[in-house]
Design a protein around this ligand. Structure first.
Ligand code: ADP
Ligand code: GLC
Length: 466
């Protein structure tokens, strides 16, 4: 069986969130399970060409009557061929997304991936990830008449987050290579805009998302972003398969980024990690080492629920805690955390940026991990926190509800700051007044197994059924 994955982020090449983790970790595990797997992604500016091998030159990517010229470069990692589409007018830019022509950039990625499927890696299944790969099933089913080999390929569309639906204005239909016959509310038209995510859901043979709970939630108006009706209509083809953790990267027993290694049997190293983290952020270590340390590693986006912290800002900071946040994104949220640090210097530090090493250090050095998401398709951060014995405090939504229980973390349900504060206070109470109970939770958390093993079997069954 041969599977070609297509997506916009693949660790270690490109990552801004969990999509990069999944596309970095799942393919090698599929390979270990005997499924030949390759990945197509853009060659962004920040990915150096050195070390990549050119395997196809001057590929014509046809879009709306003209074409872009691209070279395809290959690099094999952990048994997985990575095909990087080098097309400077589209991808030689500072950021992954956020441009007016994103629909064209990623439409072209889909077309390029189909050329990879014709010339370089002939798959049985093409597995498309999120809106960036949403147009691929449509292109495959409509643009290769008479090509029997292409007609045999099946497609899976995985929704990592429904919020970003790949919207583009009607005037841009031709720019993604489509004529007006596709402008139908049962195809790509969505409330007056075009949607690449919708196209993917309509045309893919199967649709998956990244937790069982989120698969149910997106069929409701509350979480469906206007696509819940379509998802209910396709519910027979929709499943929720929980993401896994790559424990070769996220493991306190071997992690090269952290100050000291540790395990559930020998936890002293975790205290050393806490001390190192506090020191790094300029806290007087001796004075604050016994104070509970709440950590956050997150994209700062509405999804992540930090407006709840804004609601109870003063009460939260009045608690006897230390709070360290690593995050970047929405400028309003960055400003909020900047203020929080400015006015509560004795307790709060915010590092506004992206740092993989620091992320590891926060998972390891914190006592608790806060994730008050408004919605959370799966969430990997809480799973990393568990492995590092850092107790998650989460809103019970999506994958957070599926993965955290009363034995491994603290949950709240209503989306409001006071409920969050109550959950935080419950955690602080156990931490301070029941050290043995806390330690038992830490050990239980570290023993949870969220490896890819089960999910890989489920993907294998899904591919096979196609
Ligand atoms: P999402 O994909 O919605 O951002 P996940 O919990 O699935 O949420 O995955 C987030 C991933 O991104 C984790 O690997 C987390 O450590 C990482 N991450 C998020 N923000 C940062 C940051 N500012 N610096 C480093 N890593 C980050
Ligand atoms: C998205 C979701 C996150 C999920 C990740 C990987 O970014 O927000 O919940 O874990 O994709 O699937």
């Amino acid at each position: 069986m041969r599977v070609l994955m297509v997506g916009s982020e693949v660790a270690p090449f490109a990552k801004s969130g969990g999509l990069g983790d999944v596309l970095g970790a799942l393919p090698p595990v599929l390979v270990e399970a005997g499924i030949e797997t390759a990945v197509v992604l853009p060659r962004y500016r920040r990915i150096p060409l050195a070390g990549l091998r050119k395997v196809f030159g001057d590929l014509q990517i046809w879009m709306s009557g003209g074409y872009y010229l691209a070279d395809i470069y290959q690099l094999d990692l952990r048994g997985v061929a990575h095909y990087l589409v080098d097309c400077p007018p589209l991808y030689d830019r500072d950021n992954f997304y956020g441009y007016d022509d994103d629909h064209v950039r990623f439409g072209a990625l889909c077309r390029a991936a189909l050329e990879v499927a014709r010339h370089l890696f002939r798959p049985d299944v093409i597995h498309c990830h999120d809106w960036q790969a949403g147009l691929l099933p449509l292109y495959l089913k409509n643009f290769f008449p008479g090509d029997a080999a292409m007609a045999r390929i099946k497609t899976v569309m995985t929704i990592h987050s429904l919020e970003h639906r790949g919207l583009f204005p009607p005037s841009q239909l031709a720019a993604v290579g489509l004529n007006s016959s596709y402008w139908r509310s049962d195809l790509v038209e969505f409330n007056g805009m075009g949607s690449t995510m919708k196209a993917g859901i309509v045309f893919a043979d199967r649709v998956t998302t990244v937790s069982p709970n989120y698969a149910r939630e997106i069929q409701t108006a509350e979480y469906g972003w206007g696509l819940d009706g379509l998802l209910r209509a396709r519910s027979g083809a929709l499943t929720g398969l929980l993401n896994g953790v790559d424990y070769t990267e996220w493991n306190p027993e071997t992690d090269p980024h952290i100050a000291d290694i540790y395990s559930a049997e020998a936890l002293e190293g975790k205290r050393n990690c806490k001390a190192a983290l506090l020191k790094q952020f300029g806290f007087p270590v001796e004075e604050v080492i016994d104070r509970p340390l709440i950590g956050v590693v997150s994209r700062l986006a509405d999804q992540k629920g930090f407006d709840l912290l804004g609601q109870v800002f003063h009460e939260f900071c009045a608690e006897d805690i230390t709070f360290i946040l690593l995050g970047s994104g929405d400028p309003r949220q960055e400003t909020m955390f900047w203020h929080m640090e400015e006015f509560h210097k004795a307790k709060v530090r915010a590092y506004l940026g992206f740092s993989n090493a620091l992320a590891h250090q926060i998972y390891a050095g914190s006592d608790m991990f806060l994730m008050p998401s408004k919605y959370e398709p799966c969430g990997l951060s809480q799973l990393y926190a568990l492995r590092y014995g850092t107790i998650p405090i989460v809103r019970a939504t999506g994958g957070l509800d599926d993965t955290i229980d009363a034995g491994t973390g603290f949950k709240f349900w209503g989306y409001n700051g006071w409920e969050m504060l109550l959950a935080i206070r419950s955690a602080l109470e156990v931490y301070r007044n029941d050290p043995a109970g806390w330690q038992a939770m830490v050990v239980r958390a570290m023993g949870q197994d969220f490896s890819w093993k089960q999910t890989v079997q489920a993907y294998r069954e899904l591919y096979r059924s196609l």
